[in-house]
Design a protein around this ligand. Structure first.
Ligand code: CA
Length: 247
């Protein structure tokens, strides 16, 4: 998604809506507000949000029902919240298809962190489904590097390069997300699995090895770029100098 992530806030408590929307706008989210369950479904269809922040206890249609309904038509990330005294079992929230569940009262910072995490996961899943399409067809080619997931092959400047499985998965994850930063955590989740408990030096070692095989100048990488404090990004190379590219 480009620009501000669009969030549908479903909340019936006016004072909450006010505080929450002010805070979320400050965080850079674009908001749509729904104040009951039916309105939530109408707004959802109209505004196609990137994420739904969904209160459980709502007039007209409960948050659980709203969640179930949305899941019949969309995989949008849904973060459920419930007020004190309205607690439902976390499991119930996740069973109806919510991605995360936050009991009130929550710390605003924590809520935002969980929303961003849900958005990142959704982005990765989207990239993976793009990859699934790529799997059924052409190799993915960016600049002078091509990767064929089906044949498990990589070409760099016309030469076949042999990559061990983890390096291959790492390159694939970076390439399908080309132009976007993939956080260290997300890379580790994707390549080693969410339950991986090793230290992150493993990731850096794999990145170093990958650069030696992919980059023209491994010490001055152009493709696999470090984004300090966040993770790595596969850069789409600029048009070659002297080319007839659009300006
Ligand atoms: Ca409520």
């Amino acid at each position: 998604m480009n620009g501000s992530p669009r969030v549908l806030v479903v909340e019936d408590e006016p004072s909450f809506v006010e505080a929450l929307s002010a805070g979320l706008r400050r965080e850079g989210f674009a908001l749509d507000i729904a104040r009951d369950g039916r309105e939530a479904l109408d707004r959802f269809r109209a505004c196609e949000p990137d994420l739904v922040l969904l209160d459980v206890m709502l007039p007209r249609l409960s948050g659980l029902d709203v969640c179930r309904e949305i899941r019949t038509i969309s995989n949008v990330p849904i973060v459920m919240v419930s007020a004190k005294g309205e607690e439902i079992d976390t499991v119930v929230g996740l069973e109806v298809g919510a991605d995360d569940y936050v009991p009130k009262p929550y710390r605003f910072r924590e809520l935002v962190a969980r929303m961003r995490a849900a958005l990142r996961r959704a982005q990765l899943q989207e990239a993976q489904s793009g990859l699934a399409e790529a799997d059924s067809g052409q190799p993915l080619e960016i600049g002078d590097v091509s990767i064929d997931s089906q044949g498990h092959e990589v070409w760099v400047r016309g030469e076949t390069v042999r990559l061990p499985l983890k390096e291959f998965d790492l390159l694939r994850t970076l390439m399908v997300n080309a132009g976007r930063v993939v956080s260290r955590d997300d890379l580790i989740d994707e390549v080693w699995g969410a339950d991986y408990v090793g230290d992150t030096k493993t990731l850096d070692a794999h990145i170093r090895r990958l650069r030696r095989k992919i980059e023209v100048e491994p010490s001055n990488p152009r493709h696999i770029v470090t984004v300090r404090g966040v993770g790595y990004k596969y850069s789409e190379p600029a048009a070659s100098p002297g080319g007839k590219g659009d300006t």
